[in-house]
Write a protein that binds this ligand. Sequence first.
Ligand code: RNT
Ligand code: ZN
Length: 422
Amino acid sequence: MYLRDENRILAAYEIAKKTYSAFGVDTDAVMEAFSEIPISLHCWQGDDVKGFEEVGDVASQNLVTGNYLGAARNAEELRADIEMAFSLSPCKHRVNLHSIYAEPTQVKPRNELTAEDFSRWISWAKERQYGLDFNASFFTHPMMKDGFSLASRDKAVRDYWIKAGKGARAISAVMGSELGTPCVNNIWIPDGMKDLPANRRLYREYLMDSLDQIFEEKYDRTVMRDVLEGKLFGIGTECFTVGSHEFYLAYAVKNHVGICMDTGHYHPTESVADKLSSVAMLVEDVLLHISRGVRWDSDHVLIQGDELSSLMLEMKRGGFFGKVGMGLDYFDASINRVAAWVIGLRAAGKAMLTALLEPTALLEEAEARGDYTSRLALMEEFKNLPSGAVWEMLLLKTGRPLNTEWLEMVKKYEADVQSKRH
Ligand code: RNT
Ligand code: ZN
């Protein structure tokens, strides 16, 4: 059982502060910096990417497994669950929405949604000072044809989704201007084929034309930014993904839009940490979808580990914090969904804090003098600096639950709120 002892935390922090200061790192300044760097929470973990529309019994292009009790059944419950998760995380928060979470006063087609239909989300975010990010949902809908949207052979299908894509940008622009922080509008489409296509080029031509139409309207960068999320393959699209990384990267460079890199969307041995400086320097904007793929793009709940820590260290070493956006993207319906958010937020927060605390300057100095022995030795030593003591201090300062205290709070929330949803 965890025993809360604030004196122990304060004393441990003082020691940690001295340890870090010996390496030239100011732990107080790091905590300040931490509180300015937002993480965008993916709302779709709260309801298994279902949304609240009445679309009938259509195929979903996002594979979610599990049937744990208590999924949010409407936007109000989803907002309450998100607030619960945020109250247990010391991070600065944004919320990432999808068009399936609209609250229109009367039922309307997904591609006719406007910012009005998100007015509750917007005023909620405004009140609580969360930024918003957005995505048109190009999936789980009768207008998806054989799993295709923007790259369909069928012009009526493409036109439907082009309109949805344009609408999403207009919605994002309102969100960004209302909230005073640019809304990142992401486009991910599941279009692809299980088996070998005869004409890859045709679908990519369709996609290019659809994107050109979607991006016709220009918006001020202070209100919204566009990013494109590529993917290697999906279940059912093993042989061909129209929106591949190469396609989007080339498109983004040519057309001055941004890129979204999802850590589950590459070959398992590829590293998004390594890609960051290749992409972020040369495209307009970069958003990360931080996920955990287990053997494939399985969207497991984010936890600490080498992949997450190398990504955060690269954010620090490359000076990308504050410039490259960070969002979470995973969905697990087999455990408490609020806990799934909290585990991911706290994992991302700890990895981010540890990275911010790294005495990076010493590594760079060693590298610059060609002393690779010291560089490797120091990297290894720095892994065990007392970042945990700074983390506990941060939780104490922000009034967030320490250690496992949050779990008890989620258990209580589950008993009082989530288990009552049937
Ligand atoms: C799917 C992509 C995409 C989705 C969300 C729901 O492979 O990662 O980002 O997870 O848009
Ligand atoms: Zn993603």
